[in-house]
Design a protein around this ligand. Structure first.
Ligand code: ATP
Ligand code: MG
Ligand code: MG
Length: 547
């Protein structure tokens, strides 16, 4: 792999190891199980697991499941599948919900130190009393509650004595702080809701800011890496750790990945699924890891992409073409070459009077160990309709009346006659082949410029081919005018119900990657069966995106 300079987080880690601050590092990937992971999460996964791998540390997978109403076990399972598929292994599988008892204890500690109080105000009142960034907030009378009173009410909150929203626990910090998050932030709320792991055991739940840092600390996370929107949360993260006197995890922020022509917020992805704009979380057009996997992207290509985009300190928008470039780079090395005709035009080789013969074609010219496959050749073949022109311009190297082309791994043929129906539509071409021109033993001395893919009609298998385009019509979807769904590309899926493929494709498995010669990279869809083959176009051969 190419040498690159250290990113700023690696610099921090190297400094911390050199100075002896830490003997080894521990990172975590902390998804909330409220949706499927997307390419932005892949960036975070590669960063967190990559750091630990590079510096000999470990990474925990921690489900940040403190919000019972949005979280589901289905998501937990999909997240684990995705992280594994990307090629990473976690040292421990943890759940923030496993720390509920400890977190509760931390809250009690703060109350005992006079650093937290129960507030009966409504959320509107609390928001109002907080003031504005330019004017200080005011504390209300509830902040005067005694330690005993707070302990008693907080216990009763836990016991279920109060209704949702009737009380909250707030940290007592600084109502005049320029950081609004330090103006007595809410750290516990009442929510009588069923939790995917703890069931009905709890009816109070810690807020993100009271759960995340302490969970990091409990696990002795040395470098807690998150995205830039958490910069203002860092003061509160540090405050809690300091007041509780627990392991000093440190938070570092990098710019989240944004990519052109797509969305990557779980909330928006969920809308696309629920409103049937896509077939599901793993629709091949989705920016989800499961969608990209189904489409035929490889984990190697996604890791390569995450490495190439680097770790930025400022928000930016990455061109999705870079991801597609990485996918092509990898697939070019591993994809098996196959011939598939999408829009058939029949040709008859009039001087070919043998039965069929078996020709041989290399699986992958990029791979010397790739081997060969058998390709049947016979008197009646299909070529691509667009590879023939009745009246061709001067430098047209495909098939035209009187003109010669090579059929890939087969023979040179010449178009002798164009057959049409009563309406003037071309129904077939009559051609002749040059017997001495067989690929690999060509003694014909004829040079032709064009090489076409083809299939033998009698041996062809049909397949449904799904061609995907970008799901959105605008580059910067998140910042485009109006609702993001206004920008959906209605033509992002084109289905070719009956493509004709060489029979080698019958032996395909979901893990194989193909280049359909001159067509693009493809892989088998999960809906494919022996009776009905289905292939997804992973990516085109070249960057052919036109607006
Ligand atoms: P979303 O807004 O899509 O729901 P999230 O940040 O709420 O994302 P989490 O499940 O909390 O999703 O994310 C787990 C980890 O992945 C967090 O550390 C988060 O910062 C990181 N992450 C999420 N989105 C991106 C992104 N676009 N680029 C880089 N990291 C991301
Ligand atoms: Mg989050
Ligand atoms: Mg979120």
């Amino acid at each position: 792999s190419e040498e690159r300079s250290l990113n700023f987080i690696e610099e921090i880690v190297e400094e911390d190891l050199k100075s002896g601050k830490y003997q080894s590092i521990t990172t975590r990937f902390p998804p909330e199980p409220n949706g499927y992971l997307h390419i932005g999460h892949a960036k975070s996964i590669c960063l967190n697991f990559g750091l630990a791998k590079k510096y000999g540390g470990t990474t925990n997978l921690r489900f940040d499941d403190t919000n019972p109403t949005t979280e589901e076990t289905e998501y937990v399972e999909s997240i684990k599948d995705d992280v594994r598929w990307l090629g990473f292994e976690w040292a421990n599988e943890f759940y923030a919900s496993d720390y509920f008892e400890k977190l509760y204890g931390f809250a009690v500690q703060l109350i005992q130190k006079g650093l937290a109080y129960v507030d009966d105000s409504t959320s509107d009142e609390i928001a109002h009393q907080k003031g504005t960034p330019t004017s200080p907030g005011v504390r209300n009378q509830f902040a005067e509650r005694t330690v005993e009173e707070n302990l008693q009410i907080f216990t009763e909150m836990r016991e279920g004595k109060y209704e949702d929203g009737s009380k909250v626990l707030r940290a007592k910090i600084d109502m005049a702080s320029p950081n609004m998050l330090l103006r007595d932030p809410i750290i516990y709320r009442i929510k009588h809701a069923h939790h995917h792991r703890t069931g009905d055991k709890w009816c109070i739940y810690p807020m993100y800011d009271f759960a995340h840092g302490q969970s990091d600390s409990i696990e002795h996370i040395t470098h807690s890496i998150c995205t830039l929107e958490f910069v203002p949360h860092r003061d509160l993260y540090d405050w809690c750790i300091e007041q509780l006197g627990i392991f000093p995890s440190r938070q570092y922020e990098f710019a989240r990945l944004n990519m052109t022509y797509t969305v990557m917020s779980k909330r928006k992805l969920l809308q696309l699924v629920n409103e049937n704009h896509v077939s599901g979380w793993d629709d091949p057009r989705m920016s989800t890891i499961s969608g990209m996997r189904r489409r035929g992207y490889t984990a190697e290509a996604i890791r390569d992409f995450c490495e190439r985009i680097g770790v930025a300190k400022r928000e930016n928008l990455i061109d999705v073409s870079l991801l597609e470039f990485c996918v092509r780079e990898h697939l070019n090395k591993i994809a098996l070459r196959r011939m598939v005709v999408f829009d058939p035009l029949k040709i008859v080789i009039t001087n070919y009077n043998n039965d069929a013969e078996m020709l041989s074609s290399e699986n992958n010219p990029e791979d010397p160990d790739g081997g060969h496959r058998d390709v049947p050749f016979s008197r009646e073949l299909y070529i691509e309709r667009e590879d023939f022109m009745e009246v061709a311009p001067k430098k047209y190297f495909r098939l035209a009346p009187g003109q010669m082309v090579r059929l890939k791994s087969a023979y040179i043929i010449k178009c002798d006659e164009v057959i049409k129906d009563a309406d003037g539509n071309i129904t077939e071409l009559h051609c002749s082949y040059i017997p001495e021109s067989k690929s690999g033993s060509d003694t014909s001395g004829i040079n032709v410029k064009g090489t076409l893919h083809w299939v033998s009609i009698a041996h062809a298998v049909t397949a449904e081919v799904r061609l995907y385009d970008r799901l959105f019509k605008v580059e910067d979807v998140a910042n485009a005018e109006g609702d993001f769904k206004d920008h959906i590309n209605e033509n992002s899926l084109e289905i070719i119900p009956n493509a004709y493929a060489e029979p080698a494709l019958l032996n395909d498995t979901i893990n194989d990657r193909y280049q359909f010669i001159r067509k693009g990279y493809f892989s088998m869809d999960k809906e494919s069966t022996k009776e009905k083959l289905v292939f997804n176009r992973t990516v085109t051969l070249k960057d052919g995106w036109k607006k």
